[in-house]
Design a protein. Structure first.
Ligand SMILES: Cc1cc2nc3c(=O)[nH]c(=O)nc-3n(C[C@H](O)[C@H](O)[C@H](O)COP(=O)(O)OP(=O)(O)OC[C@H]3O[C@@H](n4cnc5c(N)ncnc54)[C@H](O)[C@@H]3O)c2cc1C
Length: 381
């Protein structure tokens, strides 16, 4: 596959027009004020972008992973904060319910999540369980009459302040580590479900991230997702796929940084000529372009694998895509800032925001180190 099929190009065009006309113009202001892009997210819902691979029978757009990554790159080109809100709803909230939910769970939750009537979040990380997700301490206690009580703290939960549905993880036997982890579908209006303090972030400042606190939150038996002790498997499978969304986010940031760098290299005059006439600048542009094209091909290929039958290969391909694209985003944002000189250090210039936004991509949904572990395991066993 060297080019996109026509139907995917149409989705790309739709996403590009919307992103550049309706998301990009307010991105800097939202970044400065840390305001959640509620209006933009509502429009994404109308476009079917919040449940892109949810089948139509559950209210989704029924599209492929390739369509999803192509659209998400365009949204993140304009604003990575809008992009992560979309990515979490698609990859981390809809997907596990679609893949592991009962028919009743799919019918109850997916139509609202896929159409944006409700927003979803994914509550895995805890103060002492990040990369080591098996160290979950949030306790799941079976209740005598059936159902569960959940007590514990989650941190860094994207969308949490606005989400009505959470795919939440808790451990029925913390001493057994990952073997005791269970996944649940929780609703924000339940007693004991509390949104904690918002995180004060370096980048993607207009995405909403906060703590989630569960205090003896009762979860009905029918809201256990995928069976007892299946939580770790569900969490890992979800992140395997979610990573490709972060690859797409990183590509959007990288491409925007590149485009701004090229424009500046052509227009900024120093020593009587555009700075782009210097070989030092040309090499930076060449390296950026090469890394973006490589990471994009890898991301598209991983997306095709994700929809195919070879799930083991899809898993490490998604990790490769995330590793390559996130490191590319940081490389490109850094070089774009360098090409802008002192202006790049000013909050009046977009590259300053891209430099901060790029930083998250090597951290969440598995750090670069964790991606390397996943990739190496595929070869070394
Ligand atoms: C803005 C933001 C949004 C987020 N959104 C969500 C969300 O919606 N839901 C959610 O559940 N979580 C979310 N997270 C959490 C995120 O996934 C974790 O921060 C991430 O997995 C890393 O965990 P940690 O911060 O505990 O770092 P740690 O696990 O403590 O890692 C610290 C460092 O040690 C390295 N390290 C750890 N283990 C190893 C190893 N075995 N080998 C080599 N190096 C290692 C890591 O790579 C890293 O460099 C979010 C985080 C941020 C910052």
């Amino acid at each position: 596959m060297f080019d996109l099929p026509e139907d995917i190009k149409e989705i790309q065009g739709l996403a590009r027009d919307f992103a550049r006309n309706e998301i990009l113009p307010g991105a800097a202001a939202r970044d400065h004020s840390h305001s959640f892009p509620a209006e933009q997210v509502a429009k994404l819902a109308e476009m079917g972008f919040l449940g892109m691979f949810v089948p139509e029978q559950y209210g989704g757009a029924g599209l492929s992973t390739l369509a999803y990554v192509v659209a998400l790159e365009e949204i993140c080109y304009a604003d990575a904060s809008v992009g992560v809100t979309m990515s979490v709803n698609n990859s981390l909230a809809c997907w596990p319910i679609l893949a592991f939910g009962t028919e009743a769970q799919k019918q109850k939750y997916l139509p609202d999540l896929a159409t944006g009537r409700k927003l979803g979040c994914y509550a895995l990380t805890e103060p002492d369980a990040g990369s080591d997700a098996g160290a979950q301490r949030t306790k799941a206690t079976p209740l005598p009459g059936g159902g569960w009580s959940l007590t514990g703290n989650k941190i860094w939960i994207t969308n949490a302040p606005y989400a009505q549905v959470a795919v939440a993880y808790a451990n029925l036997a913390p001493e057994e580590r990952h073997r005791g982890v269970c996944a649940f579908i929780a609703e924000s209006h339940w007693p004991g479900y509390k949104v904690g303090k918002p995180e004060d972030k370096l980048g993607i400042t207009s995405s909403a991230t906060s703590e989630l606190i569960f205090e003896d939150m009762h979860v009905p038996a029918e809201n256990l997702l995928g069976g007892e002790r299946q939580g770790f498997k569900i969490a890992m499978a979800t992140l395997d796929g979610g990573r490709i969304g972060i690859a797409a986010q990183a590509l959007g940031i990288a491409q925007r940084a590149f485009d701004l760098a090229v424009a500046h290299a052509k227009s900024r005059i120093a020593f009587g000529k555009p700075i782009g006439a210097n070989q030092a600048i040309q090499w930076m542009i060449a390296d950026m372009a090469t890394r973006i094209e490589s990471a994009r091909l890898l991301t598209w290929r991983a997306a095709v694998y994700k929809d195919g039958d070879d799930k083991a290969r899809a898993s490490h391909m998604c990790s490769m895509a995330k590793l390559a694209a996130s490191e590319t985003a940081n490389f490109c944002a850094d070089r774009a800032l360098q090409i802008h000189g002192g202006y790049g250090f000013s909050k009046e210039y977009e590259v300053e925001r891209l430099f901060r936004d790029a930083r998250i991509t090597t951290l969440y949904e598995g750090t670069s180190e964790i991606q390397r572990i996943v990739i190496a395991r595929a070869y070394l066993g």
